[in-house]
Design a protein around this ligand. Structure first.
Ligand SMILES: Nc1ncnc2c1ncn2[C@@H]1O[C@H](COP(=O)(O)OP(=O)(O)OP(=O)(O)O)[C@@H](O)[C@H]1O
Ligand SMILES: [Mg+2]
Length: 345
């Protein structure tokens, strides 16, 4: 299947246009502002095209294979988490989606247009992983610059709104060079949000923030969903994914290893450990319907069993003529499950 089937008939050209995504601080290095939108032409994509769709997307940097055939779909209006360990290929994917790097294989569509196309970039906000603003400008000036590059009609209003959203209204006229790391990250987020983009791509948006800042950013992400925007969130923070994402793809070594809601991926994270005497080895095999049994030294573990099942389990062992020496209900942590998932590739 070709991804082109999702391209809006009105989408101009199939060639990805090299350049800089709007909303990116890197846009400051672009040769000039984006050409004005063609009012006569409908914007590419529509409600029927996914926010993001990739098919066997691949990227190699000389000998390093960063991405080895990624296929995924992000629906409009969802908060999509892209979860993976360091070096998994998260930033590489984002760069390909924004046209900041060219794929060495496969295809990607963003908002119904080929990745990197000027018409989709216009409607995407981007917070890069690593960025630096012009230290001699104030926060307001940085945002105004981006509002001009985006050719927004009411720049003062858009700038003020974005600063207020990220909690920097009181520092609007402070030079960026004096900003703390967390304040710079907030400004980066404001740049990504200015102009109400349809798709907001955030690459580790809370890495420099304190717990209050993280909480605030998560609230902003939820509010973006409330107003119908799509959020593509790169993160390696499990609790971040758990708190805000509707769906996640877990990526490892350039390959998607699991996709679904976190609940689906993490499954039933409870288990019960038992120490049983008086029954022949392997007696539990007759009870595979209760969950996944495993032997850990003297202990048996029944994965998936909720704590409420303890009385029944004990009664079952006693009913077979055995004795329960000890029983421990357990809750697998999110982190354990994630490590298990990565280990199972
Ligand atoms: N410009 C580049 N040149 C060469 N190799 C690169 C380049 N960019 C990324 N890589 C390699 O591609 C792989 C994926 O890197 P990427 O930055 O996409 O990972 P990531 O998932 O974003 O990791 P992190 O959580 O550390 O940000 C790594 O092995 C990295 O070294
Ligand atoms: Mg990264």
């Amino acid at each position: 299947m070709s991804l082109g089937s999702w391209a809006d008939p009105g989408a101009p050209g199939a060639e990805a246009v090299p350049g800089i995504a709007p909303g990116s601080p890197a846009a400051q290095a672009a040769p000039g502002p984006l050409p004005p939108p063609d009012a006569a032409r409908p914007p590419p994509g529509s409600a029927r095209s996914p926010a993001v769709h990739t098919l066997e997307l691949a990227k190699s940097y000389r000998r390093t294979v960063a991405l080895r055939g990624l296929s995924m779909t992000v629906a409009r209006g969802e908060v999509f988490g892209f979860l993976g360990p360091n070096g998994a290929g998260k930033t590489t994917t984002v760069k390909l989606l924004l046209g900041l790097a060219r794929p060495t294989g496969g295809e990607a569509m963003v908002l119904g247009a080929p990745a990197g196309h000027v018409e989709s970039r216009r409607r995407v906000g981007y917070l890069p992983e690593l960025f630096r603003f012009q230290h001699w400008l104030t926060a307001r000036e940085v945002l105004t610059l981006h509002a001009r590059l985006l050719q927004l009609p009411r720049r003062d209003r858009a700038t003020a709104d974005a600063l207020a959203t990220v909690g920097l209204a009181g520092r609007a006229d402070t030079k960026v060079g004096t900003f703390s790391k967390g304040m710079q990250q907030r400004l980066g987020l404001a740049v990504a949000l200015v102009g109400d983009p349809e798709l907001v791509v955030l690459d580790e948006p809370t890495s420099a923030l304190d717990p209050v800042g993280r909480h605030e950013v998560r609230a902003i992400v939820r509010s973006l969903r409330d107003r119908g925007a799509t959020v593509f969130l790169n993160t390696h923070l499990l609790e971040e994914a758990e708190q805000v994402c509707d769906r996640v793809t877990v990526i490892d070594r350039g390959k998607a290893i699991a996709t679904g809601t976190l609940e689906e991926l993490l499954g039933q994270r409870t288990s019960v450990r038992l120490r049983v005497r008086g029954l022949p080895d392997g007696w539990w095999r007759a009870h595979a319907d209760l969950g996944a049994w495993s032997v850990e030294g003297e202990w048996l573990r029944l994965a998936g069993a909720p704590p409420e099942s303890v009385p029944e389990l004990v009664a079952m062992v006693v009913g077979r003529g055995g004795r329960v020496d000890a029983v421990v209900p357990e809750h697998q942590t999110l982190e354990d499950r994630f490590l298990e998932l990565l280990g199972a590739r």
